[in-house]
Structures are given as C-alpha cells and as structure tokens.
Write a protein that binds this ligand. Structure first.
Ligand code: ADP
Ligand code: GLC
Length: 494
C-alpha cells in the first residue's frame, strides 16, 4: 500500500510529546512490511536543516485556501529510510514555537496553519504523482484530511480512491475555532452541521475528522473504551460510538532501536536482564548529576513528563513532601510546562537537598539517564491515551508506578505480593492519597522483598511492545479502511 502520513510532529525533527515518537517510528515499521510510506510535516523554524540533511525538493507549490492560492516550498530528507517532506511557509511556520509563542499563547491562526499543512500535503501528492491508498491523519491538526478527500478530491484520478484513517492521540485537544474560518479552510457551509464539524457554533476539527474518516483509531484499547464514555470522550463519545466497529484501539509500539539499555549510546553504561551491573553505574551517575545522595541502597523514583493537568502532577505536588519526609526514597524529576508546576518542582531540591533532584526543561539525554538510573518510574496520569515512558521504563528494568488508565492499564501488570508476579504497581483512584500509598507499597517492596524486586525487574524487561506488532495491526486497519471507502464510493456513485 502507498500511505501518506500527515502530522504536526515527527521525531527527531520536531517533538513536544509522544505524537512525534509515533510518527517518527511507525512508518519505518510499515515500510519493513513492504508498504511505501511518506510523511508530510511543517518546516518549523526550530528544525535544524543542516543537521538533518534537508534539501530543497519542490516549489513554488500553490495550495488553494479560501478562494486564493497560497504558496509554499517543499524540502525533504529521509528518516531511517522513510521520505519526509517539509512544507515551508514563512507566513505559517517560521515562528518561535510549534503551537504557541514564548508566552504560551496559542497562535490565533492555528486552524489556518494546520488546515494549510493538510491541503499542502494532498497537493504535494498530486504534484509528485504519489497515489496514496491510505491517508493517515494524526490528531486535530490534520483531522481535516478525511473531509478534504471526500469533499474536494472524491473525483480526482490520484486522490479519489484514497481511504482515510484518523488516529486520536489525545481527545482533549480537538481544535475548536470560530466559524469564520470555514471559508478559508474550504469546508462548505453545507457541512457545518452538528453531525460533522459544527460544535456549539464553532468548527471542531477532530469531530469533523471522526465523521469523515473511513476508520478512526486511538492509541490503546483501554483508551478506546474510555473515550466512548461521557467522562472520557470530552464531548465526542456519541460520535465515536456512532462509528461502531470503525473506531478501534491499537497500542503504540516502543522503539527498541532507540530505547534499549543494551545499546543505548546516551546512558553512562549499558546493561541487560542477565547483567544488571551497568544499571547500578547508571543509578550512581544519575544521583550525582541530579545532586542526590549517591547511595546504591536508596530507591530512586524517576519522572519524565510534560507538566500539564493530564499527567496528574498536581496530585503528586500534594503528597511528594510527605513521601520524602516519611520514606527513605529519592526523586529525579525532568519536565516542563505549566509555570506553577515548574516553579513547585523546580524549587523542591532546595528544600529537600539530596532527596529530590529536578531539571526544568526538555532534555533527551537526561530522559534516557532517568529511565536507566531510576528504580521506579512514576506516572500518576489522570488520563493517558497510551503513554510511552512506561514502556521505556519496563525495558530499562525501572518498575512503573502508574494510575491504571488508558495505555498504562494495558501495558503494566499489577504486582502480586503473594507470588512476586507482575511488572509494576498500579492504583485506580486519581488522588494524592492513592499516589502516596502506592509509592509506599513500591518502596516497601524495595526494602522488604528484594527477591520480588528481582523477579519484577526480570518480568518487566522481558515485556515486548515492539512496533512490528503494532504495524501489523495498522496494516489490518488500513485494509479495513479501504473496504469502507469502496463501500462509500459505491453509495456515492453518480
Ligand atoms: P505525551 O505525548 O502525552 O507527552 P508520552 O508518554 O506518549 O506522553 O510521550 C512523551 C515523550 O516525550 C517521551 O518520549 C518522553 O521521553 C518525552 N519527554 C517528555 N517530557 C520530556 C522532557 N522534559 N525532556 C525530554 N523528553 C521528554
Ligand atoms: C499523546 C498521549 C500519549 C500517547 C502519545 C502518542 O501525546 O498523551 O499518551 O502516548 O500521544 O500516541
């Protein structure tokens, strides 16, 4: 199959979260199954063209927006074998941030920026003669692709037969904007109805994407179930339920070429399940780097996270001081986001020197150090569509302590205190109390049941969440989307 990915992020070029990891990895594994996959994304200012070997590819390329053409150029490089195309538009992408300015204000023209990206990606297919069997859109940013295919390109020799798949990485971000953008985006007023784009008078990108896509997926089976409920669906549950069997959860993979303690070039020492000696070296190095007391026998709890409500860190903030006051344990925290949380976690080390270390910012290498050097990895998420860090943690023998939601529920097996089976520690209630007691459970296991710790670590490291498996599930999903599209074509035949 020929597959076009359109996405706002792709690692290693531009990343704010797991979306980039997925778009950076999945195409490579689909290619390994024999499919021809290309990725189209924006040329953001932050992308280092020299480092990634970008070269000019095509242009000027005209893209119809509203009733005029807008112009852009296309650059390209390959990402582990996958061609990636970058849409250069000074007007839209030559800016400080991906989605917001340095004061965390979202760019007011985000609907136009990502609508433009989406139309440009489809235009590029036409210009270079790439005939996609499937157009795979990700999150609200590119959720207009399914609609564009059905509204504008149904009759097109190149794009007319393409099926569309929309993957929801996070349903809380839907892309809701004032209706006056409709003309510019090329969405006819006839489609501005409550079953399609209209949402309380606004345009809702994700909602429209769900309506038009031939198949909708999300990134774990449990999150697929949760988003079908009023609490988890953020208003879209009825529309997801209307998709019936055409809304499914496919667990993300873990990129073991990047996250593997046996080969990881970023960590101080390498190790495997059979020889954990390197993990002790990594722990000491992490403790030293984060100004923690260097001691092999004190458990370290790692955190790598965006500091946003979703991740449950405001609950951790309520109990972390109690934890370090009452338990012999250390924290190594890496993250950035909401200013209040940055301030809180950024100033904790001064109050608990040697016990809590934190680094406020984004640091790829330190993320690897924490995965390798910590004993436990904490993710108290309120909701978590999939979560990648817990999968990295498992492979690094760093036991996850998680709230059992979304992909966390699907990837971590509860510790059984009688047998020592399991791969981590799960709690259910989204509360500071639950975090406190579950951390306590993990810490007491560390001190009191070392033989269980060994067994848990072995089981954790043996887990296999490889992308090969997920890629095969996407392959099946694409086939189903194509069938659905054929049916749609027959129903809409002239
Ligand atoms: P989300 O996409 O919701 O942020 P995921 O667990 O799917 O959550 O993915 C997060 C990704 O971003 C992981 O690869 C993680 O290592 C990385 N990450 C998050 N915050 C930081 C940070 N401050 N420094 C380095 N990497 C980070
Ligand atoms: C989103 C979710 C995260 C998921 C990632 C990749 O950012 O918050 O849980 O792992 O997308 O699908």
């Amino acid at each position: 199959m020929n597959v076009l990915f359109i996405a706002a992020e792709c690692a290693p070029f531009a990343k704010t979260g797991g979306l980039a990891d997925v778009v950076g990895a999945l195409p490579r594994y689909l290619r390994a199954l024999g499919h021809d996959v290309i990725v189209v994304m924006p040329l953001y200012r932050s992308i280092d063209a020299a480092r990634h070997n970008l070269r000019w590819f095509h242009g000027p390329m005209g893209v119809w927006m509203g009733n005029a053409e807008e112009w852009c150029a296309v650059h390209t490089t390959t990402n582990r074998g996958t061609p990636v195309f970058f849409i250069e538009s000074q007007k839209y992408f030559d800016r400080w941030g991906l989605y917001h300015d340095e004061h965390f204000n979202d760019y007011a023209d985000n609907p136009r920026r990502f609508g433009f990206l989406t139309r440009a990606a489809l235009q590029l297919c036409k210009d270079i003669g790439f005939k996609p069997d499937v157009v795979h859109a990700h999150d609200w940013h590119t959720a207009l692709a399914p609609a564009y295919l059905k509204i504008w390109h149904w009759n097109d020799p190149l794009l007319g037969s393409a099926a569309s798949v929309l993957t929801i990485h996070n349903i809380a971000y839907q892309g809701k904007y004032p209706a006056h953008h409709l003309d510019y985006l090329g969405l006819q007023w006839a489609n501005f109805t409550p079953d399609k784009f209209e949402d309380h008078g606004a345009i809702n990108f994700l909602k429209g994407g769900i309506a038009y896509a031939d198949l909708v997926t999300t990134v774990s089976p449990t999150y697929a179930r949760e988003t079908r409920t009023p609490e988890g669906g953020y208003g879209l549950a009825p529309y997801l339920n209307a998709k019936g069997e055409d809304y499914i959860g496919i667990l993300n993979g873990c990129d073991y070429e990047v996250w593997n303690p046996e080969t990881d070039p970023l960590i101080p020492a390498r190790y495997s399940a059979d020889d954990l000696g390197g993990k002790t070296i990594c722990k000491r190095a992490l403790q030293a780097r984060m100004n923690l007391e260097v001691a092999d026998d004190i458990p370290v709890i790692g955190i790598v996270s965006r500091f946003v409500e979703q991740k449950g860190l405001h609950l951790l903030a309520q109990c972390i001081e109690g934890i370090v006051q009452n338990m012999r344990v250390q924290f190594a925290i890496l993250g950035s986001g909401e200013p209040g949380l940055e301030h809180f976690f950024g100033t904790l080390p001064a109050r608990y020197p040697g016990r809590i270390g934190s680094y406020i910012g984004y640091n790829e290498e330190l993320a690897h150090w924490i995965e390798a050097g910590a004993d436990f990895f904490l993710m108290p998420s309120i909701y978590e569509p999939c979560g990648l860090n817990q999968m990295y943690s498992l492979r690094y023998g760093t036991l996850p302590i998680v709230r059992a939601t979304g992909g966390l529920e699907d990837t971590v097996m509860q510790y059984d205190e009688r047998t020592g089976e399991g791969t981590g520690f799960k709690f259910y209630e989204p509360s500071a109390h639950a975090i406190y007691y579950t951390v306590g459970w993990a810490v007491s296991t560390y001190y009191d049941r070392p033989h269980h710790m060994q067994r848990l670590i072995r089981s954790a490291m043996a887990q296999d969440f490889s992308w090969e498996r997920s890629a095969r599930a996407y392959e099946a999903a694409y086939a189903r989307a194509i069938e659905n599209k054929r049916r749609w074509d027959r129903q809409h035949a002239l």
